[in-house]
Design a protein around this ligand. Structure first.
Ligand code: NAD
Length: 499
């Protein structure tokens, strides 16, 4: 086992006494409370950040509101905002290896994934959204107002930035989801207060300082680190926060929606999933096994769109099960900093306990489990969970109904396409789904009948800035990405001129 050496710049960042990022500079939190950051591969403390109080969070909102009032960012020409954001993407590219290492060290995922999906993904999404800054358009409207007689009117709509946006980020992809929560708001001309997850705050802090270096004016991009129930809750309730953009769990999302409803604040919610795949008898087994091994076990299954339920038509069941088991067995388990590993620790001790609890319960209920490789001898205090394939679990099992968010996939034999479809849709979630088939007719017929915001055919979990992404049912409200992305960060104003 060889781990990639930690860059001196990464060590320096870890060793810093981190502060809050408010008004374009580092500021002390009002109290001394800190949140430790742990390396999931060892359980060791590698850094700490302020545990912001409600007053700290309110201070960040004040800075954002003031920057919005003055108009330092919102009144910039869209082309200038685009240039600054493109510069930010270049700085992320310059510091990609630093960001990737920080991500692996705080979150646990493979360094290979951190490079491609976090540092690389951040660049792609920032560049995409930077381009949207120059495409904010209204309409010119002909109206038929008859009064006073003889009056003529010219009318048009404008899309204006909503104001201060709270961006609340989960721990599974801290950098790239941080970008999804912050960057569209910036492109639209809003000011932002972002709150990373308690356990993975480092890359968002790093991104905020890069934004200042790129030319984002002071106060436009602020970061408060802290707990959801304190800093996060303060942002959601704050009267000066005009919009909440949240990615996280369904229970927290519902709570936030209730609070926002109380003050009529718009909210976007990207929540959990229990995402099915339907494998038809005519599917290409090799493609299914490769695609689902990635879709289920990438980032240890801690992916909102991860495939966690697979319904396979009977003729292919044994082959798919054997193929997935062989794939799991060939994945090396170890720390994310060892680039030869494919299975890494989950992100926290809490998550390790949660996932292990689901597996324990399934075993107690007599579920048949095919396991991946054993944990490495030197796993020590690392938060490892042995990957598992659960065969034909009972539909009432917690593991088959709830979001496990770990390296666990349920594989169920079905007889008919209709049975597979009914089971796939039998979930409170509706984030993503996939169909595996060589039949053009099935590839066209099934996606419209699946209750999911995204349906892939012969693929799963592949996302792109230009593909709108979001959930139905308990999986959320609204869509991220795509050409309409900035609409959620603008108010539509109608202007009617009599002349
Ligand atoms: P979480 O809901 O526990 O936390 C998410 C964020 O919300 C964190 O920053 C947390 O501190 C904050 N928070 C917690 N309580 C809060 C409160 N009362 N008020 C305001 N903020 C609060 O979720 P998590 O465990 O960090 O992330 C995993 C979840 O995120 C999974 O359910 C996963 O499916 C979901 N997720 C969804 C998407 C998507 O696009 N649909 C993407 C990634 C993750």
């Amino acid at each position: 086992m060889t781990e990639t050496p930690i860059l001196p710049a990464v060590r320096d960042f870890l060793d810093r006494r981190h502060q809050l990022y408010i008004g374009g500079r580092w500021v002390e939190a009002e109290g001394n409370a800190r949140l430790n950051v742990y390396n999931p591969a060892t359980g060791a403390i590698i850094s700490s950040v302020p545990d912001a109080t409600a007053r700290d969070a309110a201070r960040a909102v004040d800075a954002a509101r003031e920057s919005f009032r003055v108009g330092v960012w919102a009144s910039l020409a869209p082309g200038m905002r685009e240039r600054v954001l493109l510069r930010l993407a270049d700085l992320v590219e310059r510091d990609a290896e630093i960001l990737a290492q920080l991500e692996t060290l705080e979150q646990g995922k493979s360094l290979v994934l951190s490079r491609i999906l976090e540092a690389g993904g951040a660049q792609s999404w920032i560049r995409y959204v930077a381009g949207l800054a120059t495409k904010i358009t209204g309409q010119s409207l002909d109206v038929s107002i008859a009064l006073p007689p003889g009056a003529r009117y010219t009318s048009f709509t404008r899309k204006e930035p909503v104001g201060v946006v709270a961006g609340i980020v989960p721990w599974n992809f801290p950098l790239v989801i941080g970008v999804w929560k912050v960057l569209p708001a910036l492109a639209a001309g809003c000011s932002v207060v972002a709150k990373p997850a308690d356990t993975t705050p480092l890359t968002l802090l790093y991104l905020a300082q890069l934004a200042t270096e790129a030319g984002v004016p002071d106060g436009v991009f602020n970061v408060v680190t802290g707990r959801g129930a304190v800093a996060g809750d303060t942002l959601v309730r704050h009267a000066d926060v005009a919009k909440v953009s949240f990615t996280g769990s369904t229970p927290v999302g519902k709570r936030i929606a209730q609070i926002c409803a109380g003050r009529l604040a718009p909210v976007s919610l990207e929540l959990g999933g229990k995402n099915p795949a339907i494998v038809l008898a005519d599917a290409d087994v090799e493609q299914v096994v490769g695609g689902l091994a990635l879709a289920g076990f990438l980032n240890q299954g801690q992916v909102c769109a991860a495939c966690s339920r697979v319904y396979v038509q009977a003729p292919l069941f044994d082959k798919v099960a054997a193929g997935l088991h062989a794939a799991l067995s060939s994945m090396r388990i170890g720390p994310g900093m060892d680039e030869t590993t494919q299975v890494n620790p989950v992100a926290s001790a809490v998550q390790q306990d949660k996932v292990s609890g689901y597996l324990q319960n399934a075993m107690e209920q007599g579920a048949e489990i095919l396991w991946g490789q054993n944990l490495p001898g030197n796993a020590g205090a690392g938060y490892y969970v042995r990957p598992a394939l659960v065969l034909n679990p009972d539909d009432t099992l917690a593991l088959t109904r709830e979001e496990v968010f770990g390296p666990v996939m349920a594989l169920t034999r079905v007889d008919s396409v209709e049975d597979a479809l009914a089971r796939a849709n039998d979930s409170s979630f509706g984030l993503a789904a996939s169909v595996w088939t060589s039949s053009l007719a099935q590839a066209m017929d099934l996606p419209p009948r699946m209750q999911a915001g995204t349906v892939w055919v012969n693929s799963h979990v592949m996302i792109d800035p230009n593909l709108p992404f979001g959930g139905m049912k308990d999986s959320g409200l609204g869509r991220d990405f795509g050409t309409d992305w900035l609409d959620a960060f603008t108010e539509l104003k109608a202007v009617c001129i009599r002349h």
